[in-house]
Design a binder for this molecule. Structure first.
Ligand SMILES: [Zn+2]
Length: 390
């Protein structure tokens, strides 16, 4: 990264070279007319030497001729300032550039795009939006502006505009944005659920699944709506679909699924579900639910034996914690108290562990996010119980 002092030195150099180019041009047109270094240049240099860089920049920008030669210099300087976090300076340079009537169409839209980046960095999303819309309208390749607009609309939770922009982006880039659009529709559905408009929410979720049939989120929400309406059978129907969509998300609904099977009196169905899920993959959350069932139906000893077998095949802290819990229940006095202390310590360690991981940027968290807080991608954060427990 360039030092700011170097950046400031570039400005008078650009100004004087711009002046020199202009002078050469003038000289060719009229050999009789001389041109001197403008007094503003010395004024700017003086301000710079007196450590008044902001005033110096104003003066240099004024003296710097904007033509095909110097537009690039302006853009470069503006970008360097922005990258250094000096957003006000970058903005002034880009605003000044746009105000110049000599810019051709390409240069003007470049300057518009750069100014939009300044506004984005400054958090002035409305201003950035207007410039990006203008850029996307006039440019042959609107893809960079559409990507930025998509970011703006997501930040502002303007989901209709986000969907329209994602559709435009898909047409411009040739890459599908359907998975992202399904999440936007789920966001809208959640807003409708909060307003108790379940009919509208269900329509949006159906639309989300038509865009992305693998949308686990849409089925989780459909299950919650059904349960709130007292229809546990429907909830089970929707939540069971997660197993074929992406079974890593099953732990997100396992507690509610267990309750629904019990509320509908379908204990056998719950055991069948756990058995079939365990056959596909010995995932720790499923295994722990199975232990609950053995304990309630066959007693503590049977549950202990099952978990010991499981731990031999797949050692895990969650499994060990449950084994200690079951063992404590069979003890009394000091032994029981010691085991309970040990289990509480393991549980503390487990609670502090980050059970969600973004497959794209490596962000780790303790709560589920459909949009990664780190890289802002959708659908990249996955529950990783097994990975962290090995
Ligand atoms: Zn990420």
């Amino acid at each position: 990264m360039l030092d700011p002092a170097w950046l400031l030195l570039l400005l008078p150099l650009a100004a004087i070279s711009g002046w020199f180019a202009a002078r050469q041009d003038q000289h060719l047109r009229s050999r009789n007319r001389g041109a001197d270094i403008p007094s503003d240049y010395f004024k700017g240099l003086n301000l710079l030497l007196n450590e008044q860089p902001d005033k110096a920049i104003e003066v240099f920008i004024k003296v710097l001729e904007v033509d095909t030669e110097t537009v690039e210099t302006h853009l470069m300087l503006g970008n360097l300032f922005r990258r250094r976090g000096e957003i006000e300076r970058a903005t002034r340079i880009h605003q000044n550039l746009i105000a110049r009537p000599k810019l051709n169409r390409y240069q003007r839209s470049q300057a518009l795009f750069e100014l939009a980046q300044d506004y984005l960095k400054a958090g002035l999303l409305d201003r950035a939006e207007n410039l990006l819309l203008e850029y996307a309208e006039v440019e042959k390749d609107p893809e960079p502006a559409l990507s930025q607009l998509l970011y703006v609309y997501q930040q502002e939770k303007e989901w209709d505009q986000a969907i329209a922009t994602a559709n435009r982006l898909a047409r411009a880039s040739g890459n599908s944005t359907d998975q992202m659009i399904a999440h936007f529709l789920c966001e809208q559905a959640e807003e409708e659920i909060a307003k108790q408009n379940t009919e509208q929410a269900l329509k949006l979720l159906k639309h989300a699944l038509s865009k992305d049939p693998a949308s686990v989120r849409a089925n989780i929400l459909r299950g919650h709506i059904a349960r709130d309406n007292g229809d546990c059978k429907k909830s089970i129907h929707y939540w069971k679909k997660i197993e074929t969509q992406d079974r890593r998300y099953l732990p997100e609904v396992l507690d509610q699924l267990s309750e629904c099977f019990k509320e509908t009196g379908n204990q056998d169905g719950w055991l069948d579900f756990l058995n079939s899920a365990l056959k596909k993959e010995r995932a720790i959350p499923i295994m722990l639910k199975f232990v609950d069932e053995i304990e309630s139906q066959q007693g503590i000893q049977a549950a202990r034996q099952f978990i010991i077998q499981e731990l031999r095949q797949k050692p895990s802290l969650h499994g060990l914690s449950r084994l200690i819990h079951l063992s404590a229940m069979q003890e009394s006095g000091q032994s029981r108290s010691d085991l309970e202390t040990l289990q509480a310590m393991i549980e503390r360690v487990l609670k502090s562990r980050k059970t969600y991981l973004c497959e794209h940027c490596g962000f780790r968290g303790t709560a589920m996010h459909w949009q990664c807080p780190g890289c802002k991608r959708w659908n990249t954060v996955k529950p990783v119980w097994d990975e962290i427990d090995e």
